[in-house]
Design a protein around this ligand. Structure first.
Ligand code: ADP
Ligand code: MG
Length: 494
């Protein structure tokens, strides 16, 4: 990879050291398991959680004489992903053997793509907020490769087992350019990439199950200077761990350099218990994989028609959806960004907002519903309040039938008891009193009963709040606040 610096150093990201400021440089290699029924070169199932060695064909077990056959759906998924990353699709690519020995790799090599990957350069956009703004992270390449099996060391006191269920499952390795400059950007990048893959339906993005994992390359330098020597932290399986590993690793490298030492290029492991990284192997111990084109596989070739077809059927992706929600519903960029974090939440919002006040709908979906859902460990798909019910609450606010305050109570009722919001309001007498005659009567009573306050309010108009409070108390919060204010001002002569 030829390394090009595309970024202007951002002082917000600088790390203070004893010898001045430092800047991180980060590049990620993300392994994403392809969503497909069967493996990359065999018909075995990819289902997760099966009994050990249940999903193993002769090809996956590398029986002599078995031949790999490319799974067309995996190819289509890789092309879809390339299109979603606005990347160059290579109509001709090659499969290579990456040779190494490991007990869970029965072939003695992994079939991967080395020199000629299926997808070339692309881009991922990050919105890093007001200070940093929008950032473009370059994608170097995406290639297809096989996953290995799994060695199991904790089931027997003096034996290890091998489970080949994963052996041969298709992975996409997505390699970024070294364009990332902070742990926050690395977290945002993994999150955004995962969102794009989920929208595309090409990887479930489930990091706990290992469907998405990242190797993180970290180096440090003086701001804007030459790239430093990097260390690669292997197999990070959570966004939070990625942030912790980077912070630790950058500080470790800065300390070495400020002590007059040199960073040694290494592969390192992150320990979530201590938050530290430790050396796994140095560059000298690195494997020589002896890559060569797999003689069992022809070059992978397809034509423009395939790319066209997949491009035409691509779903609306998060960046486009965000722009459209802002335009269609008049909501802020920030709110739209929250809503498009998943397709399910964006769809939920649109069902609530369609034909209603988009901003009001966004407030209720994001602040009230999402706030409550995350507190309870739920998400939009398991929400006890559905889009129809939340839309009903928004309707009652818009029509002036209930106040914002009553709406919160109504939301609580719908959340815990379910039901139709309009019926609940009717049955429980929660309607806002907008009837001016009724409000006037209450205002008259309060004025008559509180001559002292009436005397004061003329000099101190802000005291009107006290009167509003009294009216609300008398009506159990059901008086329309605008009407109350208007009548009070008239009667008090303000
Ligand atoms: P390899 O295949 O040996 O791991 P690559 O050159 O393909 O090496 O780079 C792998 C990853 O390391 C890429 O994501 C790239 O952006 C990143 N990278 C390369 N140089 C640096 C550097 N000096 N600091 C941080 N990341 C780097
Ligand atoms: Mg690497």
């Amino acid at each position: 990879m030829t390394l090009v610096d595309t970024r202007t150093p951002n002082p917000d990201y600088f790390i203070a050291g004893a010898t001045g400021d430092w800047e991180m440089v980060i590049g990620l290699e993300v392994h994403a398991q392809v969503t497909s029924e069967s493996k990359l070169f065999s018909g075995s199932s990819t289902r997760f959680g099966e009994p050990p060695n249940n999903n193993v064909s002769f090809v996956d077990a590398a029986m002599p004489g078995m031949l790999p056959v490319i799974n067309e759906e995996c190819v289509r998924q890789a092309v879809r992903t390339g299109l979603g990353l606005k990347a160059k699709i290579n109509k001709r690519s090659l499969f290579d053997r990456k040779n190494y020995f490991y007990p869970d790799l029965p072939q003695g090599y992994q079939i991967s793509q080395f020199k000629d990957p299926i997808v070339g350069e692309g881009e991922v956009y990050l919105d890093m907020g007001d200070k940093v703004g929008e950032v473009t992270i370059g994608i170097e390449r995406l290639h297809l490769e096989q996953d290995a099996g799994k060695s199991i060391h904790d089931q027997h006191p003096n034996m290890s087992f091998v489970d080949l269920n994963r052996s041969g499952v298709a992975l996409m390795e997505i390699v970024s350019k070294p364009d990332i400059r902070s742990s926050a950007e690395a977290r945002a990048y993994i999150t955004k990439l995962r969102t794009i893959l989920r929208y595309l339906g090409t990887c479930d993005g489930n990091m706990e199950q290992g469907s998405l994992r990242a190797d993180i390359n970290v180096s440090v330098r003086k701001p804007g200077g030459e790239f430093g020597t990097r260390c690669e932290i292997k197999n990070i399986n959570s966004v939070r761990f990625a942030g912790q590993a980077i912070e630790y690793e950058a500080r470790r490298q800065i300390d070495i350099l400020e002590d007059g030492g040199e960073v040694v290029q290494q592969t390192r492991l992150f320990d979530p218990k201590t938050g530290e990284t430790r050396s796994m192997r140095s560059k000298e111990e690195a494997h020589d994989y002896r890559y060569f084109p797999d003689p069992d596989l022809l070059p992978l070739e397809f034509d423009d028609a395939l790319i066209e077809e997949l491009a035409q059927n691509l779903p609306e992706l998060p960046d486009e959806k965000q722009a459209r929600l802002m335009a269609d519903y008049g909501i802020t960029k920030y709110d739209a960004g929250v809503l498009v974090a998943s397709r399910a939440s964006a769809d939920f919002y649109e069902s609530v907002a369609k034909g209603r006040d988009g901003k009001l709908a966004a407030n209720w979906v994001i602040n009230d519903l999402f706030g409550r859902l995350s507190k309870e460990g739920l998400d939009v798909r398991t929400s006890p309040v559905d889009a129809g019910q939340l839309g009903g609450i928004v309707d009652l606010i818009s029509s002036g039938d209930i106040s914002g305050k009553i709406a919160k109570e109504l939301f609580e009722i719908v959340w815990s008891e379910g039901g139709n919001p309009a019926q609940i309001v009717e049955q429980r007498g929660m309607k806002q009193v907008s009837d001016t005659g009724a409000i006037e009567k209450i205002v008259d009573e309060i004025i008559a009963a509180n001559p002292e306050q009436v005397g004061k309010v003329k000099d101190k108009p802000s005291m009107i709040g006290w009167f509003v409070g009294q009216v609300m108390k008398a009506t159990q919060g059901k008086a329309n606040p605008q009407a109350v204010n208007k009548i009070l001002r008239e009667k008090l002569g303000l």
